[in-house]
Design a protein around this ligand. Structure first.
Ligand SMILES: Nc1ncnc2c1ncn2[C@@H]1O[C@H](COP(=O)(O)OP(=O)(O)OP(=O)(O)O)[C@@H](O)[C@H]1O
Length: 292
């Protein structure tokens, strides 16, 4: 694909004064930040500070009320190169009843908006196996995803995002519900991607095993950027030498879907929606807007 000058020099993600309103309530207020090419950025902040809202807005799932977002230099409304973006949403229980196997779900990450590649190449199969091995799930490749635990399903969704070898990988609390051994394997996998130039944006509550990978942290509080700079371990810690402290609710990995009532059911355009249900639907009927 020919890439223009702005694509080569622009940050992977640029968020300019973005305001988002959901259910009639302003959630993000003039958020301004960027994620440079090859950077690994952690987005931190207390529960409800707007982290998921920001990443969902970046991948086009929520509308921008004012301000603008650019991906690889292209304004979001015109951005079409979603195959360059891998997105893993906050953990959900969306796998219940999904009739696909682990291998099928991960393979669906290789879909293009035009549908399945006509012939599944050896490299595609290799990418699927490699991604599953990375998250320690290769031995479950033929199992139904519905038969997996919540943490294992999360690892399958991570593998799905890794298999497409995206230029930009966005993950919302990828470590939630993932055991310590798998967390370390995942950290090693991300380190490998970062070394090869992948841009990574992670929503986290603490850096934990990922700390050594993080180039920069952005801390949100009540829908605004409280801190943007050298890494801090926790969103609630004081990045401004005691003058500012993001609020800290009791934080723990959660299993429940993140969507509150009023969540738009369909994104505005083709986006890399990576829930297991969407993955399975796309495996058979990819549409320009994912079936929802
Ligand atoms: N679809 C929605 N409709 C209305 N309000 C919403 C919607 N999604 C999120 N919100 C509200 O937006 C605010 C920010 O939520 P968001 O999920 O972005 O926070 P977060 O920082 O990711 O929190 P957590 O750490 O708990 O995951 C919350 O007050 C939440 O209730």
């Amino acid at each position: 694909m020919a890439r223009g000058a702005s694509d080569i020099t622009a940050p992977a993600v640029a968020v300019h004064e973005v305001t988002v309103t959901l259910g009639g309530r302003p959630i993000l207020h003039g958020v301004d930040t960027t994620v440079g090419r090859g950077e690994t950025v952690a987005l931190l902040g207390a529960n409800g500070s707007g982290k998921s809202t920001l990443v969902k807005t970046i991948v086009g799932l929520y509308p921008v009320e004012s301000g603008r977002i650019e991906l690889f230099g292209t304004p979001l409304p015109s951005f079409r190169a979603w195959q360059r973006v891998g997105y893993v949403p906050q953990r959900t229980t969306a796998a219940a009843g999904v009739p696909a196997t682990v291998g099928e779900v991960v393979s669906s990450g290789l879909l293009t908006p035009r549908g399945w590649a006509v012939r599944r190449g050896r490299s595609d199969r290799g990418a699927v196996r490699e991604a599953l091995a990375t998250v320690g799930m290769l031995d479950r490749i033929g199992d139904p995803v519905a038969a997996l635990s919540g943490g294992q399903q999360q690892r399958v969704l991570i593998a799905r995002a890794l298999a497409r070898r995206p230029d930009l990988l966005i993950m919302d609390e990828p470590m939630a519900g993932v055991d310590l051994v798998s967390q370390q394997a995942f950290a090693d996998a991300l380190a490998g991607l970062a070394e090869h130039g992948t841009t990574i944006l992670l929503v986290l509550h603490e850096l934990g095993p990922l700390a050594k990978l993080i180039d920069r942290t952005v801390v949100l509080r009540a829908g605004t950027v409280l801190y943007d700079g050298t890494p801090v371990e926790h969103g609630e810690e004081d990045p401004a030498h005691g003058h500012e402290r993001p609020g800290h609710d009791h934080v723990h990995p959660h299993d429940t879907p993140s969507e509150a009532p009023g969540t738009p059911e369909c994104p505005p355009g083709p986006t890399p929606v990576e829930t297991l249900k969407a993955a399975t639907t796309q495996a058979t009927t990819w549409k320009e807007s994912p079936a929802c």
